[in-house]
Design a protein around this ligand. Sequence first.
Ligand code: UDP
Length: 309
Amino acid sequence: MPRTVVTGGAGFLGSHLCEELLALGHEVICIDNLSTGDTLNVAHLTGENFTFIRQDVTNFVTIPGEVDYILHFASPASPVDYLERPIPTLKVGSLGTHNTLGLAKDKGARFLLASTSEVYGDPLVHPQTEDYWGNVNPIGPRGVYDEAKRFAEAMTMAYNRFHGVETRIVRIFNTYGPRMRLNDGRVVPNFIKQALRGEPITVYGDGSQTRSFCYVDDLVRGILALLFSDLDQPCNIGNPNEMTILEFAEAIIRFSNSKSKIVYEDLPEDDPKQRKPDISRAKSLLNWEPSIYLDEGIKKTTAYFKDRV
Ligand code: UDP
């Protein structure tokens, strides 16, 4: 039975990964400091093959026994969260990545880094391919996340080249689904919450900025395909169905039959103007592409939020 560590395992993506890995027959060790994660996300994962450890991977990490895979997903990931926690965000991306890579080296485990489309910053190449180096403001408010993840990628490749650790890097584009926090400040929970309450939908800027939204089940399938592949170069995983934020707001109102009106608020600093993954690499090397349409994914996510608004 493979033994797998998931850092950030009580978070949105981490908890879905723990669940899927258990279903694949792995023993799963979930590490989380619960700064943005929640034990409720893993409360249903009981049994002897699942262990939860409350720990901050910014500090030295030890796990007794063998480990086959390490998935490093610990980090605040919503712009609101990382703006509120700038230094922990920098630390978990840098020190946390170093510690978990050290663990992978010690155990001879394969390491997968959760990276992000934010490494492309406010991109000047569209759609974004993995060979684009990005357009990041290192000293802007989002720099704490973007640069931490860029450092994490550099550290991961250094362990790959210098120590021969087997590594994988997934660049995750906007993802949504059950277990996002209602108040994490990201556009999907914000709009669904506002639509369900009949409150105004807050579009930042004029809403012409674009995003491409991937449903969590598609994303998890892509990440596991990457984990079990031999691809050590970064790989975009996301849904290339691009839309403006204004179109997205209108879609949420339509899907939920809401009476909410759209209001416009200030655009946050350095908010990327466009984002869409080029998924040719994942398609050709992992045989992966998303299959869940926005209306279906939003329906499932809305059902989750209904009990929580
Ligand atoms: N956004 C918005 N209204 C909100 C929250 C976010 O218009 O209530 C916009 C935000 O400015 C950005 C996009 O939606 O252009 C996606 O924001 P999110 O915080 O989900 O993540 P990002 O893709 O910026 O990392």
